[in-house]
Write a protein that binds this ligand. Structure first.
Ligand SMILES: [Zn+2]
Length: 235
């Protein structure tokens, strides 16, 4: 197998038991993946402990200079000073270094959480959008559809704004632009929903999004009673 997935490595580093047997076997043998997990685990533990200043980077001198001048500690001697002057200055400086270490730890936690969140939730790319217009029998009905790609798969997000009857249910469809074929994406429960588009559906052909009113226990096909419909166009 190839190296383990970065998402899995991040979770393993956080101590989550997510690795498959094959991934664990790979980890046991692969120095590259082991080093990656170890490095991520160090970041996680620095973020979690927030006290281990030994593991934290020492800020460069200009950071200290900026903080000390901001807080009025400008008396830091530029030339060798008598021993007592150094002693006097050392206490506030130590406090400040500890405060700074805390700030660096906080940044490490935020950066760690941000990185982890981004690893775990791939950002969707919006591919196309449709404004869904109401059919004459459904005066005032309207909606929207967004086709997005997330993690290599496509899904349609729909919203429906219509006064819908208590009986029956609403079903979301993709319809070929020439009306020759249709694919059911699923039942819309409420006013919004997200529907996975099967990977084998050719979206250059199925460009219409349709929401229909269906009868409970009725024919599994489209009832012919469309509430709204619209054409997906590139976003
Ligand atoms: Zn590997």
């Amino acid at each position: 197998m190839s190296h383990i997935d970065p998402d899995v490595a991040a979770l393993v580093a956080m101590g989550e038991p997510v690795a498959t047997a094959a991934e664990r076997a790979h980890l046991a043998e692969c120095a590259v993946c082991t080093a990656e997990v170890a490095s991520l685990a160090r970041t996680v533990s620095v973020g979690r402990s927030a006290v281990g200043d030994a593991a934290l980077l020492t800020p460069p001198p200009r950071v200290w200079d900026a903080i000390s001048s901001e807080l009025g500690f400008d008396e830091t001697p530029a030339t060798p000073a008598p021993p007592h002057a150094v002693r006097r200055g050392s206490r506030p400086r130590r406090r400040l270094v500890l405060a700074l270490a805390g700030a660096v730890a906080a940044v490490a936690i935020v950066a760690g959480v941000w990185t982890t969140a981004n690893l775990l939730t791939p950002r969707p790319d919006i591919v196309s959008e449709a404004t869904l217009d109401g059919f004459p029998a459904w005066q005032g009905a309207e909606g929207e559809a967004v086709l997005e790609k997330v993690d290599g798969h496509r899904r349609v997000l729909v919203t429906l704004d219509a006064s819908i009857p208590a009986e029956g249910y609403r079903e979301v469809w993709l319809i070929a632009s020439d009306g020759s074929a249709l694919v059911s994406l699923g039942v819309l429960d409420g006013t919004t929903g997200a529907f996975a588009v099967p990977d084998d559906v050719d979206l250059s052909k199925f460009t219409l999004v349709d929401i229909s009113q269906e009868e409970t226990g009725g024919d599994p096909g489209h009832s012919g009673d469309s509430i709204v419909r619209g054409e997906l166009t590139p976003a």
